[in-house]
Design a protein around this ligand. Structure first.
Ligand SMILES: [Zn+2]
Length: 216
């Protein structure tokens, strides 16, 4: 498994890059209130914590037993979709208290859920077996090893599907993050071409005015 700091960096600089970009842009152009800074910091702290959620048992195992065993929380594998859904339920509850708004509470839950799923993704890339489908299937899987499979070893359908499923899972985690961040105010919008043209015309409006015309 990658070191905790790598999980944190992956979450902050890869998954949350749209939020950082949008926030810095707005702060630079228009300025933001100090409460907005705290909002950003709160999201990064929550997301950072939940990006480490599947390895959390290492903390109490180290304190109680002196080892770093981190793959099980009682009978439940921590590197599974079920365990990661803890992130959603706990932060959706917290979000309801913070925002007093059901939509934003759900968005906060989806955001931290995506953060914990990014942990599975990174461990998967590093070659670890992940119990994605527990309790329906208790065995471990490694999606990225399926992507690397040779066409000659399997049939054509399997060869294509394995790669596509992996891409769709990565895409889903990215979309969960982008959607939830955007809902919470951290995003950027597409500006239609026509709007951009009008804006340019407005800014150069004075020079484009006919001779003799002036604002009064
Ligand atoms: Zn892990």
């Amino acid at each position: 498994m990658p070191y905790p700091v790598v999980h944190l960096m992956f979450f902050v600089f890869c998954l949350s890059s749209s939020a950082l970009y949008g926030f810095v842009n707005t702060a630079r152009r228009e300025g933001v209130h100090w409460t907005d800074w705290w909002h950003l910091i709160l999201l990064l702290i929550l997301g950072g914590f939940f990006s480490l959620l599947p390895d959390i048992p290492a903390v109490w195992n180290y304190l109680l037993h002196g080892n770093l065993e981190h793959t099980m929380a009682g009978p439940i594998p921590t590197h599974s979709l079920v365990f990661c859904s803890l992130a959603f339920f706990s932060t959706a509850l917290l979000g309801q208290l913070l925002y007093m708004h059901r939509g934003k509470a759900v968005a906060l839950g989806v955001f931290t859920w995506a953060a914990s799923l990014s942990h599975l993704l990174l461990d998967d890339v590093a070659g670890a077996g992940i119990s994605y489908l527990y309790p329906f299937y208790s065995g471990s899987m490694n999606l990225f090893s399926y992507m690397n499979i040779d066409l000659s070893e399997v049939n054509f359908m399997y060869y294509n599907l394995a790669g596509m499923v992996t891409v769709m899972i990565i895409s889903s985690i990215l979309l969960m993050t982008i959607w939830s961040l955007n809902y919470l105010g951290f995003g950027y919008k597409y500006q239609p071409l026509a709007a951009r043209t009008n804006e340019r015309e407005n800014t150069s409006g004075k020079t484009a005015m006919p001779p003799g015309y002036s604002f009064k």
